[in-house]
Design a binder for this molecule. Structure first.
Ligand SMILES: Cc1cc2nc3c(=O)[nH]c(=O)nc-3n(C[C@H](O)[C@H](O)[C@H](O)COP(=O)(O)OP(=O)(O)OC[C@H]3O[C@@H](n4cnc5c(N)ncnc54)[C@H](O)[C@@H]3O)c2cc1C
Length: 270
């Protein structure tokens, strides 16, 4: 069994920041990042913005360079399934075990889902792999429905319509952005989307998605069916605290791990 000074569980921007933070204090401690993702840590915000709108920002600028800059070992496609606090080890889905002196949990969040098939044309947009998939689907003239009036939904709708995709945006509430902005600003915000050609569908939620050979069908809560080339769902996220809960660490009512002002959990080694 390999043992490291620092085992980081999760491979997002939090993992990158943790590795860099460790290196500021400890030049030589061994670090391993155990990540379920297929890509090394990358800048997630670019996936819904710059990569679609800034021709000077290219795919090679997405990775954060965590391994090169910090010397951390990064193990991809590696899901941590259990923490053994007494032995200070974690188990991984490939049957392995890794020992730690300090354990850092940065498992982030996972998207809310609806009843939808596991189909490559149905995306809960979160990862770089999702970005690559949507890029392939977002041919000029393709028809793509986006659900969700929050950041992910609106950013993806804006990205798609600027890349000549016929775009619908389904959202709760009467006016896009009404949860975030004062009424005048929300009205102007919504108008920008309408002017850009986004087909706005207000006061609706996604109910289910069905997959056919030629199209996917997005079924809304009033029974309306939209046949599209792809559907992107941006319905919010919840913290991933399964490991912390199973290990008996303190978790609050919102499902997030409870930490002190130095981000320590109820176990001083985590
Ligand atoms: C498209 C998009 C655009 C965004 N734009 C912005 C923005 O402009 N501004 C902003 O402030 N925020 C933005 N955000 C939110 C921001 O990216 C996140 O808050 C941030 O990435 C969180 O980082 P994290 O490392 O804590 O968690 P996450 O990014 O969720 O990463 C968690 C990682 O842990 C892995 N993981 C989970 N469980 C396990 C396990 N058991 N074993 C191993 N690995 C595991 C996951 O695979 C994932 O790689 C955006 C998010 C998205 C999806």
């Amino acid at each position: 069994m390999d043992t490291y000074d620092y085992v980081i569980v999760g491979g997002g921007m939090g993992a990158d920041a943790a590795a860099r933070g460790i290196r500021e204090r400890d030049e030589n401690g061994t670090i391993v990042v155990l990540s379920a993702d297929v890509d090394e840590p990358y800048t997630r915000p670019a996936l819904s913005k710059k990569l679609w709108t800034d021709p000077d920002f290219t795919d090679d600028q997405v990775p954060l360079g965590t391994a090169d800059d910090t010397g951390a070992e990064i193990r991809l496609r590696t899901l941590v399934t259990e923490i053994d606090r007494a032995r200070r080890t974690v188990s991984t889905d490939d049957g392995g075990e890794v020992g730690y002196r300090r354990l850092i949990l940065v498992t982030g969040s996972r998207p809310h889902e609806v009843d939808a098939p596991d189909d490559e044309r149905v995306l809960y947009f979160r990862s770089a792999a999702d970005y690559r998939r949507l890029r392939q689907l977002a041919r000029a003239g393709a028809r793509i429905a986006v659900v969700g009036g929050g950041y992910i939904g609106t950013e993806i709708a804006a990205a798609l319509v600027q890349n000549d995709v016929e775009t619908d945006l389904v959202f709760r509430g009467a006016v896009l952005g009404a949860d975030t902005f004062p009424p005048d600003l929300a009205a102007r915000y919504e108008q920008l989307f309408a002017d850009a050609g986004v087909h706005l569908i207000a006061n609706r939620r996604a109910d289910t998605v069905r997959a056919g050979d030629a199209a996917v069908v997005l079924v809304l809560d009033d029974g309306t069916e939209l046949e599209r080339d792809a559907v992107v769902l941006g319905l919010g996220v919840s913290p991933v605290a399964d490991l912390a809960v199973a290990a008996g660490l303190e978790v609050d009512d919102d499902g997030g791990g409870v930490v002190d002002e130095r981000l320590r959990t109820s176990d001083a080694a985590i």
